[in-house]
Design a protein around this ligand. Structure first.
Ligand code: S3P
Length: 446
């Protein structure tokens, strides 16, 4: 374990969450704003950009590929002078994308036909995550990409100099916004019309932002679940300012914390409520949460609202499988809600959780068991019986969302919860501790 990883969170039991807070900017939208802004014609500004390590890894990658980017300042303001679709320069060194799966998977599509060789690397966790889900379709389009024998990073993208990519018609084998986005971004450079069909709705920030930059897309609903998105290669992106809303995935910890801790009354300002991200609110509502949306408005093509949450008696449910892709990053937090709920909560259809920043089914099962909760991981989910959360030392497995979820569990624990290996909270939520303290969580970093 490196010194950096040696950060622990120590959370004292009890308390409640009150006040009005604004969590940092949306990670998915922050990544995409840098990518599309860099390739656009003209100057644009981003406000509310997430100054977390993941989105900063994307920002740095475009800087070293010759894009003039100023910021972010304290408030998350950035100015980008786009270089156009063909203006990126070969970087002198491999692009190290740290812990960020979104950077690596989206850039694999975007950089697959730039006319120069490029290598993408990442940290230990990112280097063990599956990448053939993106390299396979992009290779079908004519790109040349080498992975390790097990299909992981480093990824070596070879120059296909004067070859344009071929358009493909691709049916995603899993509901993944990262894979969908990777193919659509490669499709910008393909000869003809690239189409991607998703088996269930996944976050649609790429589609919304492409349209915001004036790039036409065709979106067809095949049925309740499946949609096909088609893009014609060879167009251009017109610079457009972006206001990044607060990240509902960061708000999720507070929605769960305020729901489980008696006497809580919390308002979260300016949170993105894109329907493809609303799983956390839908699931908590089914469990009996007291959540209200107000000041709903549309900001730069994304719906935004203030969210009020009060403590409530939660009950266990069988989580509807159609909510799984819509809450894919929120299951560590939902597992804490389930541990505090009356009765049993069953999660199925969520095998993707095994290949996130950690194996999140295993990480939550291990941690909850240490805290005395009766739970069982399954191939594609978990069964959790609500009970009294005890105390103990749990391991976040270097996963930001596991760390923040167990910190919230202390609101209902009988003793201190120590969480190991928390440095990666900085990837998505650098001020988590300060903000949590400001509204009542008795947590500190050690
Ligand atoms: C993301 C998509 C999701 C999510 C990740 C961010 C994105 O991954 O887990 O944190 O920005 O597109 P998958 O689409 O692979 O499920």
């Amino acid at each position: 374990m490196s010194l950096e990883q040696a950060v622990s969170f120590i959370a004292q039991p009890g308390g409640h969450l009150t006040g009005t807070i604004r969590v940092p900017g949306d990670k998915s939208i922050s990544h995409r704003s840098i990518m599309l802004g860099s390739l656009s014609d003209g100057a644009m500004t981003i406000t509310g950009f997430l100054r977390g390590e993941d989105s900063l890894a994307t920002l740095k990658a475009f800087k070293v590929m010759g894009v003039d980017i100023e910021g972010p300042d304290e408030s998350g303001k950035i100015a980008i002078h786009g270089v156009g679709m063909h203006g990126l320069k070969p970087p002198a060194e491999p692009l190290n994308l740290g812990n960020s799966g979104t950077s690596m998977r989206l850039l694999t599509g975007l950089l697959s036909c730039q006319g120069f060789d490029i290598t993408l690397t990442g940290d230990h966790s990112l280097s063990s995550r599956p990448m053939t889900r993106v390299t396979e379709p992009i290779t079908q389009m004519g790109a040349v990409i080498e992975t390790t024998e097990t299909g992981t990073a480093p990824l070596h993208i070879k120059s296909t100099a004067d070859v344009r990519l071929n358009a493909i018609d691709y049916v995603l084998p899993m509901a993944s916004a990262q894979v969908k986005s990777c193919i659509l971004l490669a499709g910008l450079y393909a000869e003809g019309r690239t189409c991607v069909t998703e088996p269930a709705p996944t976050r649609d920030h790429t589609e919304r932002m492409l349209q915001g930059f004036g790039y036409p897309l065709e979106i067809n609903r095949l049925d309740e679940q499946r949609r096909t998105i088609c893009i014609e290669g060879g167009g251009k992106l017109t610079a457009c300012d972006i206001d990044v809303p607060s990240d509902i995935s960061s708000a999720a910890f507070y929605l769960v914390g305020a729901s489980i801790a008696e006497g809580s009354e919390l308002t979260l300002k300016h949170v993105g409520i894109n329907p493809t991200r609303m799983g956390i609110i839908n699931i908590l509502n089914l469990m009996g949460a007291d959540i209200t949306l107000f000041n709903e408005q549309e900001v730069g093509g994304e719906p935004v609202a203030d969210i009020g949450v009060r403590s409530a008696r939660l009950k266990g449910i069988h989580i509807p499988e159609d909510q799984v892709p819509l809450a894919i990053d929120e299951f560590p937090a939902i597992a804490i809600a389930a541990a505090c709920a009356e009765g049993q909560t069953i999660l199925t259809g969520a095998e993707e959780l095994r290949v996130k920043e950690s194996d999140r089914i295993q990480a939550m099962e291990d941690g909850l068991k240490i805290l005395g909760i009766n739970c069982q991981g399954t191939r594609d989910g978990m069964i959790i019986k609500g009970g009294q959360i005890g105390s103990g030392i749990v391991d976040s497995m270097g996963d930001h969302r596991i760390a923040m979820s167990f910190a919230m569990a202390a609101l209902k624990s009988s003793g201190v919860i120590t969480i190991r290996d928390c440095a990666n909270v900085n990837t998505s939520f650098p001020n988590f501790i300060q903000l949590a303290q400001s509204c009542g969580l008795k947590v500190e970093a050690d």
